[in-house]
Design a binder for this molecule. Structure first.
Ligand code: ATP
Ligand code: MG
Length: 419
């Protein structure tokens, strides 16, 4: 019987996994400087957690969720995104009693039944951040500043920050009406999904990926014109902070984002390098969501980025990370092989990555392996060395070499373990 991974899901192993680790390490480093703490929410939730918050007429809820009935007949969904679970948990544990802001980040797999293609998978991974309790637009700007530092830390600089404001429930009704007026006479030419969205939630028509619907919405009213004065001021101030921080951005009044919970600020980080799947990070405010989950009014803002797409950018820019051992111990003969084992276990106990040559491999083939692994040092322990009580060492980078008594090996490498 032969097995293979399911369609749209991927195995991650060396050397790629080192890029993944670096992306995650960069997020941990940069986000902690901004006071974000790790949050680990479950991967499965009650289906309602997503349906109510993401919205019934969104692509995610309409066609992308992995939903199943468990043995007790409950409807369970594998999380398609990370915000709803964090908000569910935030409310469930009354975290709103803690002083604001509460800032969290998460790392982990998400699941969406999408058509697999470059940059679009069924299990994919996100790093996300959420900040609860702050209304003022400084925090919106701080999130973008944090994203910029994160991408710089990874050496990714040719990124575009697109921003928009989609208003609040005060301004949304006027915008909805203007959209319905605009779409009404050509409604029969839209896809069946959009025809349904027309009544339930016409904003969703702006996010439809069907080509015909895309063209039909040319010239549609733009949300920015409908912002109430409070939303317009919030958006204006946000932009002035981006200018203050010298964060270049472009206004994209057509960006509505694929989830219903967003209010006011929305943003995407896009790249020219990944073809059609050009968004590496996306987010926005969700000032109503905590209340929708039964908590007190709590403004909030967050984003999520796709790790696969960031790793693809790193690969494209030629970044490779392949760690190598500090020491390779080549041994010849039975006594030497025992001594080699003892030295290796001692060095490893001191945190020094040590590899061993194994029986059945000639000295030559052991040295070849040391070379392939790019070990920094090779130790040779053979019969002569056992007799003289000294090992030979060689530094592969420059060929320098020497010998030392067995009992100096630990201190020799302790002093040289750092690159
Ligand atoms: P897209 O427009 O690319 O479908 P989205 O609006 O569905 O994105 P979000 O739900 O905001 O995306 O997710 C944030 C980020 O997660 C995206 O910018 C992208 O980098 C990544 N992402 C989303 N869906 C997938 C997927 N199916 N496979 C890989 N990465 C994904
Ligand atoms: Mg999508």
């Amino acid at each position: 019987m032969k097995y293979s991974a399911l369609k749209g899901v991927h195995d991650i192993f060396p050397p790629d996994v080192y890029l993944w680790q670096d992306v995650e390490a960069a997020a941990r480093e940069v986000f902690s400087a901004y006071g974000f703490q790790e949050f680990r929410a479950p991967i499965i939730e009650s289906t309602d957690v997503f349906v109510r918050s993401i919205g019934e007429t969104t692509d995610i809820v309409e066609k992308e969720m992995y939903t199943f009935t468990d043995r007790a007949g409950r409807s369970i969904t594998l999380r398609p995104e990370g915000t709803a679970p964090v908000v569910r948990s935030y409310v469930e544990h009354h975290l709103y009693h803690l002083p604001a802001p509460q800032k969290f980040f998460y790392v982990g797999p998400m699941f969406r039944y999408e058509r697999p293609q470059a940059g679009r998978f069924r299990q994919f991974h996100q790093i996300g951040a959420e900040a609860f309790g702050i209304d003022e637009p400084r925090i919106d700007a701080e999130l973008l500043a944090m994203l910029r530092v994160f991408f710089e830390r990874l050496g990714l600089e040719e990124l575009n920050f697109e921003i928009n404001s989609i208003g609040c429930e005060g301004c949304r009704p006027n915008f909805r009406k203007a959209l319905r007026d605009f779409f009404s006479e050509k409604l029969d030419r839209f896809c069946p999904d959009c025809r349904r969205r027309y009544d339930q939630n016409p904003l969703r028509i702006l996010d439809c990926k069907v080509e015909a619907c895309r063209t039909l919405r040319d010239g549609a009213p733009r949300v920015t014109r409908f912002l109430c004065s409070a939303c317009a001021e919030h958006f204006g101030t946000f932009q002035s902070y981006l200018q203050l921080l010298a964060i270049p951005f472009t206004l994209n009044p057509e960006m509505v984002r694929g989830l219903d919970y967003y209010t006011r600020t929305t943003f995407e980080v896009t790249t020219k390098h990944l073809g059609a799947q050009n968004a590496v990070a996306a987010g926005g405010r969700y000032d109503r969501l905590v209340e929708d989950f039964g908590g007190p009014p709590t403004p909030a803002i967050g984003f999520a980025m796709g790790i696969e797409r960031i790793v693809a950018l790193l690969r494209e820019s030629g970044t490779t990370i392949i760690p190598s051992p500090v020491v390779f111990i080549a041994t010849v003969g039975e006594y030497a092989s025992k001594e080699g084992l003892a030295i290796a276990v001692r060095l490893r106990g001191r945190g020094i990555w040590t590899e061993l040559g194994y029986a059945g491999h000639s000295l030559k083939s052991q040295l070849r392996r040391a070379d392939r692994l790019s070990a920094r040092y090779v130790l040779i322990v053979g019969e002569d060395e056992m007799r003289s009580g000294k090992v030979q060492w060689k530094r592969l980078a420059d060929g320098s070499h020497g010998e030392m008594p067995f009992d100096e090996v630990d201190s020799f490498f302790m002093a040289r373990a750092e690159p």
